[in-house]
Ligand binder design. Sequence first.
Ligand SMILES: [Ca+2]
Ligand SMILES: [Ca+2]
Length: 202
Amino acid sequence: MRQWATVVWAVAALGCGEDASVGGSGGGHDDAGPADAAPMPADARAGGGRTEGAVCFDHVECAAGLVCAVGVCGAAFPRTYSLSFTSIALAETNGAGEPWDPGGGLPDPYVVLMVDGAEIHRTATLTDVRGATWRSPVEVELDAGSALSFAVFDADPEAERDESVGEVDVPNIGVVVRNGGFRGQVPSLPAIVDFDLSVTPR
Ligand SMILES: [Ca+2]
Ligand SMILES: [Ca+2]
């Protein structure tokens, strides 16, 4: 049986500037697997009751199970979404508390996005930066059972392989699409100070 890591996510809702902290609970952490987040409550952005086809400006105005896509409430799934891993901020040292590069250089981050375990996008690798931003959206069809995850790496061209900073499972995709994305911290991965994955319906 899968065990959830004990985590607390700080998630900012897109478009309205609100911050919502969601507390998680659970048992031990499976060190071999990706970092998990506790599922957010399904009614986190339950909000309004506008039905399919109604005009909208924000997902929260649409009834549960719908998103506001190009100004009209429509079924959240299945639907094509634009995913964009827009930024990451890394700590001064890696997860082991050591310098990112032999000799003390800054990290060289890139991020791999996955749906159901298959890579769908890889950002460019940026050199010697703790804070990275990208503009490289990718479109992908998601359904209610899609498993979205991402893996963060520090490129180490002189090493045998790039350094894995961590892998994160995105919880509760139905809530994430209505929040417009997934962002915050990964308490079980202290080397990741902040990240922002934007999810926009097409
Ligand atoms: Ca470097
Ligand atoms: Ca490096």
